[in-house]
Design a protein around this ligand. Structure first.
Ligand code: NAD
Ligand code: UGA
Length: 463
C-alpha cells in the first residue's frame, strides 16, 4: 500500500518536528498536522518561520523547506482525518490528576477522543499510528472503538513510539538509533507495518527499522525512558555519597562509563531530571505493574522518582543551609529555567521545584533563561498550587539580561546547562554581587578552578 496523505493529530513537541521531517524527506507525501489549539497552529503557520511555537535547533529550516509544499498545519481536524490514508495520534498523555490511578496512570482521554473522532469521520480504510507514549495494550482500546462503528471501514493499528529528545529533535529524527514499529501479526497487519516502514525507509537505513508485535512496541517506549531516567537517578544517588566521602562524581562517572558494558552516556549528575516524560512514563510503568499485582516491580521503578525528588529537594536545602540558614529577602539568581539546554520546554523542570522550595523560605528569585518567558515561569509555579499567584509574582522577577539578574545577588543557582553561561564575564558578575558570592552549580557546568580564583564560593553536585 502506497501512502500519499498523512494526517497527524497533535502539533506539539512530537507531532510538529516529526511530521516536519517526514514531509521534508518525503516530498511525494502530503502531511497535514492538526490541532485544536488555534494559537499553536497560527504560530506554526506564521510567515516568519522563526516564530514557530517550538524551539529546536534546525527545525525552522526544515519547516521553511516543506511548509506550503507538502506540509500543512490546520485546525480542520475532521477534513484532514477524512482525507488521509494514515493517521498519527500524537496528542498529550499526561499523568491523571483525578479518579482512579490519580497521580500515576496516564490520562488517555485525549487518545480516546481522537479514536472516536476518527471513527466518526472516516469513510475509507485507515492505518492509525500510535505516536504518543501509551500504556501497553492501549491499541486494544483504540481498536475496540474503531471497529464498532458498523460502517464497514477497516482499520489497522500500529505502535510507532517516538524516541527523540528535546533540544536534539531534528538530529534524532534525521538519524535515529532505531525506528520501532509494532503491528498485528496478520497479513493485513504486516501490510500496514510495511507501509510505515516504506515511509521511514526514505531516509532511515533498513537495519535501523525494527518491527515487533504491538505490545512489545508500546512497552519498549516506557521501558526505554525508565532505563534512561534510572541511570540519572543512579548517578545522582552516588553524587550524595561522593559529597560525604571526598570522591568526585564526574571522576566516578568517567571511570565506570569507560566500561563498555556500562557506557558513558546519561551519567551526568544534575539537580534532577525534568521534562514532560521521564516522570510521567515511570509513574505509568509503576501503575501498570501494580495493576498486575507486581508490587516488587512497581517499588523498584518508583525508587527512580523518589531519588529524583530527593535530589531537587536537597539542592534547595543546601542553598538555604549554606546561606547561613536563611534566604529570606535575599536575592538568588537562577540561570536557566528550561528542563535542559536548547529547548524552551519547562515541563517538570527541576528549576520549578527548587524555586518553589526557596519561595517557601521567602527568597527573592531573579530568573534568566535565554528561551523562557516570564509568563511561562509564573504559570509553572502556579501549576503547583502551593501559593496564590500574586505571591509567585511577588517572589520572582525575570530578566532579559543575565548580568542584571545576578546584580546584587547573594547567590547564583545554575539550573540549566545552557552553553552561553560558560562564556559569561564572571569577573564582572562577581564584582556586582553581595559577598561572599555563592554559586550553586546544579549542572556541574562551570570551571571550578577559575571561579574559585575569582573569589566565588563555588559548590557543585557530587564533589
Ligand atoms: P504536547 O502537549 O506538546 O502536544 C500535544 C498536542 O495535542 C497539543 O498541542 C494539544 O492541543 C493537542 N491535542 C490534544 N488533544 C487533541 C485532539 N483531540 N485533537 C487535536 N489536537 C489535540 O505533547 P508532546 O510533548 O508533543 O507529547 C505528545 C506525546 O508524545 C506524549 O504521549 C508524550 O509522552 C510523547 N513523547 C514526547 C516526547 C517529547 O520530547 N516531548 C518525546 C517522545 C514521546
Ligand atoms: C527523553 C529521552 O531521552 C527521549 O529518548 C524520549 O523520546 C523523551 O524523553 C520522551 O519520551 O519524551 P528528553 O526528556 O527530551 O528526552 O531529554 P533528555 O535528554 O532525556 O533529558 C531528560 C532530563 O534528564 C533532563 O532534565 C536532563 O537534564 C536530565 N539528564 C539527562 C541528566 O540530568 N543527566 C544526564 O546524564 C542526562
Amino acid at each position: 500500500m502506497k501512502i500519499t496523505k498523512i494526517c497527524c493529530i497533535g502539533a506539539g513537541y512530537v507531532g510538529g518536528p516529526t511530521m516536519a521531517v517526514i514531509a521534508q524527506k518525503c516530498p511525494h507525501i502530503q502531511v497535514t498536522v492538526v490541532d485544536l489549539n488555534e494559537q499553536r497552529i497560527a504560530l506554526w503557520n506564521d510567515p516568519n518561520v522563526d516564530n514557530i511555537p517550538i524551539y529546536e535547533p534546525g527545525l525552522s529550516e526544515v519547516v521553511a523547506e516543506a511548509r506550503g509544499r507538502n506540509l500543512f498545519f490546520s485546525t480542520a481536524v475532521d477534513e484532514a482525518i477524512a482525507e488521509a490514508e494514515m493517521i498519527f495520534i500524537s496528542v498529550n498523555t499526561p499523568t491523571k490528576t483525578y479518579g482512579s490511578g490519580k497521580g500515576l496512570a496516564a490520562d488517555l482521554k485525549y487518545i480516546e477522543l481522537c479514536a472516536r473522532q476518527i471513527a466518526r469521520v472516516s469513510t475509507t480504510d485507515k492505518i492509525v499510528v500510535e505516536k504518543s507514549t501509551l500504556p501497553v495494550r492501549t491499541a486494544e482500546a483504540i481498536k475496540s472503538i474503531l471497529q464498532n462503528t458498523g460502517n464497514g471501514v477497516k482499520y489497522q493499528i500500529l505502535s510507532n513510539p517516538e524516541f527523540l529528545a528535546e533540544g536534539t529533535a531534528v538530529e534524532d529524527l534525521f538519524s535515529p538509533d532505531r525506528v520501532l514499529i509494532g503491528g498485528e501479526t496478520t497479513p493485513e497487519g504486516e501490510k500496514a507495518i510495511q507501509a510505515l516502514v516504506d515511509i521511514y525507509a526514505n531516509w532511515v537505513p533498513k537495519e535501523r527499522i525494527l518491527t515487533t508485535n504491538v505490545w512489545s512496541s508500546e512497552l519498549s517506549k516506557l521501558v526505554a525512558n525508565a532505563f534512561l531516567a534510572q541511570r540519572v537517578s543512579s548517578i545522582n544517588s552516588i553524587s550524595e555519597l561522593c559529597e560525604k566521602t571526598g570522591a568526585d562524581v564526574n571522576e566516578v562517572a568517567r571511570a565506570i562509563g569507560m566500561d563498555s558494558r556500562i557506557g558513558p552516556k546519561f551519567l551526568k549528575s544534575s539537580v534532577g531530571f525534568g521534562g514532560s516524560c521521564f516522570q510521567k512514563d515511570i509513574l505509568n510503568l509503576v501503575y501498570i505493574a501494580k495493576s498486575y499485582g507486581l508490587h516488587e516491580v512497581a517499588d523498584y521503578w518508583e525508587q527512580v522518582i523518589i531519588m529524583n525528588d530527593h535530589q531537587k529537594t536537597r539542592f534547595a536545602k543546601n542553598i538555604v543551609c549554606t546561606l547561613y540558614n536563611t534566604v529570606a529577602d535575599k536575592k538568588i539568581a537562577f540561570l536557566g529555567w528550561a528542563f535542559k539546554k536548547d529547548t524552551n520546554d519547562t515541563r517538570e523542570s527541576a528549576a520549578i521545584y527548587v524555586a518553589n522550595d526557596l519561595l517557601f523560605e521567602q527568597a527573592k528569585l531573579a530568573v534568566y533563561d535565554p528561551k523562557v518567558e516570564h509568563t511561562q515561569i509564573i504559570s509553572d509555579l502556579n501549576y503547583l498550587q502551593t501559593r496564590p499567584s500574586q505571591e509567585n509574582e511577588k517572589g520572582i522577577q525575570t530578566f532579559n539580561d543575565p548580568y542584571e539578574a545576578c546584580k546584587d545577588a547573594h547567590a547564583i543557582a545554575i539550573l540549566t546547562e545552557w552553553d552561553e553561561f560558560k562564556g559569561y564575564d564572571w569577573e564582572k558578575i562577581y564584582a556586582h554581587m553581595n559577598k561572599p558570592a555563592f554559586i550553586f552549580d546544579g549542572r556541574n557546568l562551570l570551571d571550578k578552578e577559575k571561579l574559585t580564583r575569582i573569589g566565588f564560593k563555588y559548590q557543585t553536585i557530587g564533589s
